[in-house]
Design a protein around this ligand. Structure first.
Ligand SMILES: [Zn+2]
Length: 56
């Protein structure tokens, strides 16, 4: 296991991380990931699929 230069990669797109936006490669990726995380955290307690509505 020899990794000469193990650079951190963007958790969103696997590109090289920019220190300013760690752990992302860009502001966009930071926003995207944050948005996704935010959405998921909002989706979890969301309403269940309305299966019952099909009964009518
Ligand atoms: Zn990225």
């Amino acid at each position: 296991m020899t990794t000469p230069t193990q650079r951190p990669t963007c958790v969103n797109c696997d590109r090289e991380v920019v220190a300013e936006y760690r752990p992302f490669c860009s502001r966009r990726c930071a926003d995207v990931d944050l948005g996704r995380w935010f959405n998921e955290s909002y989706t979890i307690p969301a309403v269940e699929p309305p299966d019952e509505w099909d009964e009518e």
